[in-house]
Design a protein around this ligand. Structure first.
Ligand SMILES: NC(=O)c1ccc[n+]([C@@H]2O[C@H](COP(=O)([O-])OP(=O)(O)OC[C@H]3O[C@@H](n4cnc5c(N)ncnc54)[C@H](O)[C@@H]3O)[C@@H](O)[C@H]2O)c1
Ligand SMILES: O=C(O)C(=O)C[C@]1(C(=O)O)C=C[C@@H](O)C=C1
Length: 301
């Protein structure tokens, strides 16, 4: 049984186009309508064929939708919800894929107070953007976290869970505040660190840009991949999840100061014991079934 027969995707970039492609691959009988605010994106996406129809405005895209998924940067959720409010069918479920959940829940609840809202976050992505970057297997074996408000109907949560399971994801349900705290440390802080370290290396006067490129092996190269992530998306993530990110950043800089002191005062034992602890954490992540190979890291199976 298909959970929905008509789905609308707003925002046809990496995640929106991946959702559409995954639906086409796994539930081909679902009719997909798409919309993107960027006319060039709409033009490029049409011949790619992952939507049955791409409209030229947001309101038209939702007219007969059973499920609408907002796949736009988190700072744009409120505006899009306002644009579709008048035309969204009363019984439609509204969801999203944003990387932070409290701000999105607030934005959607105030623009659409009478609709069923179930925010979601597929914890899967890459550093790339745009409809060309999407692919159908992105969500395979990855977690998709749903953060329904307390009054969300169980049947709607179940329908959306089935939708995500059918595109290959494992579903977890969490309170939005807790989600934002967990993701602040597992995703947002690592991005902030990558942006910082790549910027710092690039600014060093004693090291030329060509040396940074030439000798960027191993660890630094991994940081440059993360630091190439979409600037608009990440600007919005940090501004929307400000409280949790600042809290994690505070703890991180205290731990960094402790390491700094250990280096300054030749406390080799402290350094070794810290690095042994983190090595064990990595080991237990791998043992929990998450693949050791970098491209698959974070997958459930
Ligand atoms: N990139 C990742 O790794 C990743 C992973 C999980 C979740 N997310 C979340 O998914 C969402 C989309 O990210 P993405 O990586 O697909 O970005 P993207 O830049 O590839 O795509 C976003 C698309 O939204 C469109 N858009 C922007 N404002 C709009 C508006 N007002 N109305 C309609 N369309 C609009 C843009 O034109 C663009 O095509 C974000 O909320 C992000 O936090 C991203
Ligand atoms: O693999 C990557 O490139 C990602 O950054 C993906 C990643 C993450 O931090 O894990 C980024 C943001 C999301 O909201 C979910 C997934």
């Amino acid at each position: 049984m298909l959970p929905f027969s008509r789905v609308t995707i707003i925002g046809l970039g990496l995640i929106g186009s991946s959702v559409a492609r995954a639906v086409k691959a796994n539930m081909p009988n679902i009719r997909i309508t798409g919309y993107d605010a960027d006319a060039m994106v709409r033009e490029r996406a049409r011949p790619m064929g992952f939507c049955d129809d791409i409209t030229d405005n947001a309101a038209t895209a939702v007219i007969d939708a059973e499920l609408v998924i907002l796949c736009v940067p988190v700072g744009a959720m409120a505006m899009v919800a306002g644009q579709i409010a008048h035309d969204l069918p009363a019984e439609a479920i509204i969801s999203d894929v944003g990387s932070c959940k409290q701000s999105v829940l607030q934005a959607l609840s105030s623009a659409l107070p009478h609709h069923v809202i179930i925010p979601a976050h597929p914890v899967a992505g890459t550093e790339k953007s745009g409809p060309e970057a999407g692919f159908a297997t992105l969500f395979k074996g990855r977690w998709c976290i749903l953060t329904p408000p307390e009054n969300a109907p169980k049947s709607a949560i179940e329908q959306l869970s089935t939708f995500w399971r059918n595109v290959g994801a494992e579903v977890d349900i969490m309170d939005a505040k807790h989600h934002d705290m967990v993701l602040a440390v597992t995703s947002h802080l690592p991005h902030l660190i990558a942006y910082t370290i790549v910027g710092t290396a690039n600014d060093l006067e004693e090291v030329t840009q060509s040396e940074v490129i030439k000798y960027s092996a191993g660890g630094f190269r991994d940081f440059t991949r993360i630091a190439a992530s979409d600037p608009v998306m990440w600007r919005d993530v940090f501004l929307s999840n400000k409280e949790a990110v600042l809290e994690m950043l505070q703890r991180f800089s205290e731990d960094l100061t402790a390491l700094q002191r250990a280096i300054r005062y030749d406390k080799g034992d402290e350094l070794e014991s810290m690095f042994s602890r983190t090595r064990n954490i990595r080991q237990s992540i791998v043992e929990q079934g998450q693949d050791d190979a970098a491209p698959d890291f974070g997958r459930k199976h």
